[in-house]
Design a protein around this ligand. Structure first.
Ligand SMILES: [Zn+2]
Length: 281
């Protein structure tokens, strides 16, 4: 038996915060995932939620697993993925919250804007953090298993990263990949969409067995990787061509809804469509 096969296999627990209604019923926010990777004694959490109730429920899940939380890895700088760090670090003082240098810089640059936006969307339900993640300075690992960070750049924003755990074929891609939810294409244009598409292909080449999308339907399988990659790529391409043909935001929404009738959180599609036709309602 090689040294490698003696290591106990890692396991994963996926938490999905439910779709949240914005203040004044102005829209809904996608269900957002956090992934706990468990070894025999220790655990690493990927992404931290943003609403108090969900951070609490995520903390309960971590506690139930009975592992020592060593690290909270943040995939990218959007508030829905990192706002929970202060409450989680208080609850799990053995952990530290980390992100790449570029992601930490994004968080610093956008701190004030995001706080304003998130307060508008969620009022007192949002947990504004007192901390930001530390810049990661060493390689991540969990009980001898490598946790590899891929700095891919563009997803819905740049910089975006994915975490790859080769020993169990797991990818936690942040918002590079979606699963059954309308994708946030309203923060970029065709150039960014093209880069995003190529980054999805780069993750696909890693041939994972499991991929936990940053935004996913709570009951969608994380193991149907071929479907998840195919849908993420076709959604980007279909939105691009529908945006080029449509004459208005409602027309674009209609075209995409016809192709993806079962996708969750149509508010994201309306947001993306309005960003292409800012003057239409
Ligand atoms: Zn997100």
């Amino acid at each position: 038996m090689s040294a490698d096969t003696k290591k106990p296999a890692l396991t994963t627990e996926v938490f999905v915060g439910p779709q949240a209604t914005m203040e004044g019923g102005k829209g809904t926010f996608s269900p957002t995932s956090s992934t706990l990777i468990c070894g025999e004694h220790d655990a690493v959490l990927v992404d931290a939620q943003h609403l108090r109730a969900d951070i609490l429920a995520l903390g309960d899940l971590v506690e139930r697993q009975g592992r020592r939380l060593t690290t909270i890895y943040i995939t990218h700088g959007h508030a829905d993925h990192y706002y929970g760090i202060t409450e989680l670090l208080r609850r799990f003082p053995t952990a530290r919250a980390v992100a790449t240098k570029a992601v930490v810089a994004y968080i610093r640059e956008n701190e004030k804007n995001q706080e304003k936006q998130w307060r508008q969307m969620f009022g007192d339900r949002v947990a504004i953090p007192a901390d930001i993640p530390e810049v990661i300075s060493d390689k991540l690992s969990l009980e001898g298993h490598a946790l590899e960070i891929y700095e891919l750049g563009q997803a819905d924003i740049t910089p975006s990263t994915a975490l790859h755990v080769p020993s169990i074929g797991l990818i936690v891609p942040g918002d590079l990949v979606y699963n059954g939810i309308h994708m946030m294409l309203g923060l970029g244009g065709p150039k960014q969409w093209g880069e995003w598409y190529r980054n999805v292909e780069a993750l696909e080449r890693l041939a994972p067995a499991m991929i936990v999308a940053g935004h996913k339907k709570p009951d969608a399988s994380d193991c149907e990787v071929a479907r998840i990659f195919a849908e993420t790529k076709s959604y980007i391409r279909d939105f691009e061509s529908a945006a080029a043909r449509a004459k208005s935001a409602p027309e674009l929404v209609e075209a995409m809804t016809a192709k993806y009738p079962d996708f969750g959180n149509p508010w994201t599609l309306r947001f993306s469509a309005r960003s292409r036709f800012p003057r239409s309602v």
